[in-house]
Ligand binder design. Structure first.
Ligand code: NAP
Ligand code: 8YV
Length: 310
């Protein structure tokens, strides 16, 4: 039987590529960009990743496209102005990555406040023999502010509770199922936080949400952690705040221009950088790959998608 043609915008982990290639005829855009035009009519399904998305140009070039599967929960990179008018359905990978992304938010909070990266270098390069590492900042008991109390935001809050942190959050509305303090003004949340963690979706509605005034409100003792999308923060303002020490430090998993991030970050002592790898564990990536394939199979079988993005 002929295998259905699936166009992929970027590679998945080897285990997923092998499983996909068993059941589908894959057009690998990153290896054979020239084949897209000649085989466009065959393509009913595209697979992409949260960090790659799907451009309007690509969608418009595929006349029979009906389904986009996203390896990732964030679908801000998929141009909805191209998909909505054509009723193209989208499935993502929520929930399976929630706990790992919350872990990396906490890893960044601890790494930056407790200076774990500096401590590692200090122990390796012999500086320890000449004296102790400077005193660092405590995390437990500090005020935790969460921008976006969704699936991952709530998992971060649960970790905060275990660290005895008073928890507050910002979102478009207060949530009935939590007792945390709600702020509808982000600067007020920042002013009431020692650690301000961004975990809202990217896209037009949240672009530059964390602007200079929010960072100013966070203040010289405040830490900013971003595990959402680079677009959520005004990055030049963040760099200025870090350079001028108007905030204390930042832990960043996401950036405006990934993977070619602003080179000024590399020269700063008061940042811990991480290469957009919040969901990058073997276990979670396996679950994400499985969910993408299950959605793809459901689409071809005419069954309801497991995790459709509405
Ligand atoms: P989710 O459950 O949909 O939660 C998103 C939260 O953001 C909701 O609580 C929502 O609350 C709030 N929100 C949405 N739009 C907003 C706006 N315009 N202004 C203020 N708040 C807004 O999503 P999730 O599963 O937790 O994932 C969140 C995001 O994390 C993803 O979209 C992705 O960008 C990012 N992510 C990053 C990584 C990584 O590796 N770093 C991995 C996975 C996900 P209200 O509706 O009450 O406003
Ligand atoms: C992944 C993500 O890094 O789920 C998301 O929105 O940003 C991450 O889980 C990405 O999707 C994999 O490329």
């Amino acid at each position: 039987m002929t295998k259905p043609t699936v166009l992929m915008t970027g590679a998945y982990p080897d285990q997923d590529m092998a499983a996909l290639e068993k059941d589908y005829d894959i057009i690998k855009v990153w290896e054979q960009p020239e084949t897209v035009a000649s085989r466009a009519a065959e393509v009913r399904a595209v697979l992409t990743r949260g960090d790659l998305g799907t451009s309007k140009t690509l969608v418009d070039s595929l006349p029979n496209l009906e389904f986009i599967g996203c390896f990732g929960v964030g679908t801000d990179g998929i141009d909805r102005s191209a998909t909505i008018p054509r009723g193209i359905r989208i499935a993502n990978t929520p929930d399976v990555l929630t706990e790992d992304v919350a872990d990396i938010a906490f890893a960044l909070m601890l790494a930056v406040a407790r200076k774990v990266v500096k401590g590692d270098a200090f122990a390796r390069d012999g500086r320890w023999a000449k004296g102790n590492l400077e005193l660092v900042t405590q995390v437990n008991g500090k005020r935790l502010g969460i921008i976006g109390l969704g699936r991952i935001g709530k998992a971060i809050a649960r970790r905060g509770e275990a660290f005895n942190m008073p928890i507050s959050y910002f979102g478009r509305q207060a949530q009935g199922d939590v007792t945390y303090s709600y702020y509808n003004d982000l600067s007020k949340l920042a002013a009431s936080s020692d650690f301000l963690v961004a975990i809202v979706p990217g896209g037009a509605a949240t672009t530059n949400l964390v602007e200079a005034t929010v960072l100013k409100a966070l203040g010289p003792d405040g830490y900013f952690i971003n595990v959402s999308r680079g677009s959520v923060v005004d990055e030049p303002a963040l760099i200025e705040a870090l350079e001028n020490k108007t905030i204390k430090a930042a832990g960043l998993d996401v950036f405006w221009n990934e993977p070619n991030i602003d080179s000024r970050f590399a020269d700063m002592e008061n940042v811990v950088l991480h290469p957009h790898h919040g969901s990058g564990t073997v276990e979670t990536r396996r679950a994400m790959g499985r969910l993408v394939r299950d959605n793809l199979a459901a689409f071809y079988a005419g069954r309801p998608l497991l995790t459709e993005v509405k």
